[in-house]
Structure formats: C-alpha cells, structure tokens
Design a protein around this ligand. Structure first.
Ligand SMILES: [Zn+2]
Length: 389
C-alpha cells in the first residue's frame, strides 16, 4: 500500500519548501513532488495508492527530540518495552517521530541495570522511533548539578563508560560532560571515538576550557544557559564559549520560561538556525494533569507547562511537547518553517547520527513525517510509513 499526501507545502529540509506532495511506499519516501508534477496524475490511476488531501498544511520531516526524560507518566529511568512504547505514542501526537531517551545520574550499578533493559528495547515502537540514549552525566560539575543527585557525580571513568556502552548494546548516542573535570579532554576524545556525541553541560568551566573541549571532539552544549557558567564580561563561562564556537550545536529549551524570549531571540540571531537544536527536556509529567511527581529522586510539582522541585523551587525539566517549543520559537523569532525544520529535525538528526535515514524528506529516507497546520499544530504523524497519529 502506498500513501500520497498532496495539496500541501512540502518542507524538504532546512532550506527548501514548495507546494506539492509526497508519496510513501512501505517504510520509505518514494517521491517528493512539486505541484503540477505529471506523476501526480499517474498515481491517480493507481488503485494501490491512498490519497490524503492535507489542505495546504506543511508536510515536514518528523520532529526529533534528543533531550527528553519521559512523558505520559513514564520515566525513562524506569525502562521497559511497554513504558517506552507508551511515551513514544504520546510524543507522536506532537509530530515527534524520533527521540533520544535521557537518563539523569544514578549509581553505576543502577545505570547498568537500566541500560540492559534498553539494549533489548525495539527501535520502532507504536509511536515515535526510539533512537538511542543520552547519558546526562554522571561526570558533571557539583556546582551546576541542578537536580542531579550529588552522591552519584564522579570523576570520568573509561571502565564505566565501556561497561555502559556494552550494557546498552551501543545505544548511547549522546553524553553530557563537564570539561573542567580532571582528564576530561582525553575522555571526550575517547567518547567521540566510541561514536558518542559529547556535549558540554552541567559545567562550571571557564570559556577557554569549554572551547578546548571542541578541539578534543565535543559537538555542542546541553540545554544552553541552564546549569552552566554564564556569560559574564569579566568572567566568561560556558555560555560565552557557545557564541565563540559559532558552529557548535546548542540545545535550546525554547519554552519561554527556561530561557527568556529575549534570550531565545538573541540566540537565534547570533547562532542561527544551523546551530540550534530545539529540545523539550520534558519529564514524566508531560501529557498528564497537574500534580506531584518524583523525578530524579526529587519531589516535583507540575503546574501547567512548568515543573519545579517543591523543596527548592528549582526548575526540573519541562512538561511541554516539541510542537510547543516549535510554536514558541516561531512566535519569538519570526523564523521560517524551513528554519524550524532545521532546528527540530535536521540538526537533531545529525547530533544523534541518524541523518542518513531521517531528518529531511528525501527519496529513500524513512517516511518519518508530520503534517502541521500553518500555526504549527500537528495534524498527522507517520513513522516509517505507518500512521501513528
Ligand atoms: Zn535533562
């Protein structure tokens, strides 16, 4: 069975968009066509093709969230096939077709147990595709631990990392590290060699140390501005380095409260869409009614889109979907739909190293597609050609 989505605006990648449609054949994209393409008529004769009029909506590469801790009551630290599936279905509603599950710090023994479960989780579940794991720690700064459990923070260990990679069956795609820790530059090189995107975050480094991390293979910044040394004019920090290294990726929780709209606008103007990765950093409260939850061992409260630790009032991830982040980004910056695709599909696909098969609408790539109206509300989601929402 083939599906033809037509009468839309096809957003091919971060640069190109035109009126047209797209043909899905099985799990992959078979055609990307401009309006008026004679092939439309050929397919109209084909009884094997299901036609869907998207009525002028955007036909976009599915969104990819590379920093998310859970959704719909599921905490990714308590892993099971069933739980991942449940969260994955919740994400698909937002137009997300792929996600990297983030794990906060825990003891090495607990981590190995969790990773063992993920090693057996199927990639393609009933909703968004499980693309791998993000180890948010444990080699992080004490000063900028945020809501990480302090007793689990420690010095980098090659032995632990090898064991983690093995336990997960090579599914760790991203690791957040603090470059100022002893021996971290060599550790970044090692992680990079093992095919992990090493990201700077939860770090007290000065600007020079953060910049040095790039020379050793780091690729970007974890939730820029949050949990890191800031840009002070006589004490430049990690944030300063994010602007010096213009080509480095910066994850941005563009929800309007983790990062002020003015700072979102500044980041967009200075780093550009090519270097921003939109993320949610969402936790299990996403998709649930307001209430109290335990997250990263802390007693948290969700009120609307905001999640805070009850005891300290500190932010504890978010409860928004990536579609909400996309809408906020569009509203705050006035950026184009292509740029949104660049920041929410193309760039995250590159960081997670799935850009050969995902992230853009090209013939032969996975049919991971979302259809959004002009206000960026999701209407339909396809994951590997299967309609999941
Ligand atoms: Zn996180």
């Amino acid at each position: 069975m083939k599906t033809l989505l037509y009468n839309g605006v096809v957003v091919v990648d971060g640069k190109t968009a035109y009126d047209g449609g797209i043909l899905i054949d099985g799990e992959v994209i078979a055609e990307v066509m401009k309006e008026g393409d004679p092939k439309f008529e050929v397919y109209q004769q084909d009884k094997d093709v299901e036609f869907i009029d998207v009525k002028g909506s955007y036909i976009m590469p599915g969104l990819i969230d590379i920093h998310i801790h859970g959704a719909d009551g599921v905490d990714f630290e308590i892993a099971s096939q069933e739980a991942i599936n449940q969260a994955s279905c919740n994400l698909a509603k937002d137009g997300v077709t792929g996600f990297v599950a983030s794990l906060a710090t825990m003891s090495h023994e607990e981590m190995i147990k969790v990773l063992n479960v993920y090693a057996k989780v199927e990639d393609c579940v009933d909703g968004a595709h499980f693309l791998g794991l993000h180890a948010e720690g444990p080699y992080l700064s004490r000063e900028y631990k945020a809501i990480m459990v302090e007793e689990h923070l420690r010095a980098p260990s090659y032995k632990e990392l090898d064991e983690m990679i093995e336990a997960s069956d090579n599914r760790i795609k991203i690791m957040t590290i603090a470059p100022e820790l002893d021996g971290m530059m060599e550790f970044i090189e090692y992680g990079t060699k093992r095919n992990i995107a090493m990201m700077i975050g939860h770090s007290a480094a000065d600007s020079k140390t953060a910049t040095k991390a790039f020379q050793h293979g780091a690729v970007g910044f974890t939730h820029l501005y949050n949990a890191m040394s800031q840009h002070l004019h006589r004490q430049p920090g990690v944030v300063t380095s994010a602007f010096i290294n213009k080509d480095a990726y910066a994850e941005l929780i563009a929800d309007g409260f983790h990062v002020d709209p003015e700072v979102i606008l500044m980041t967009y103007r200075c780093k550009g869409a090519d270097n921003i990765v939109l993320i949610t950093d969402a936790m299990l409260g996403k998709g649930l009614p307001d209430g109290e939850f335990t997250f990263s061992g802390k007693h948290c409260i969700k009120e609307g889109n905001s999640v805070t630790v009850i005891e300290t009032g500190r932010r504890a991830g978010s409860a928004v979907g990536l579609d909400y982040i996309v809408r906020t980004m569009a509203e705050v910056t006035g950026c184009s739909v292509q740029e949104l695709v660049q920041m929410a599909s193309v760039n995250p696909s590159k960081v997670a190293k799935v850009n050969k098969v995902k992230g853009t609408l090209e013939v032969g790539k996975d049919a991971d597609i979302c259809v959004m109206n002009k206000d960026y509300y999701n209407q339909m989601t396809y994951v590997q050609g299967k309609k999941v929402f």
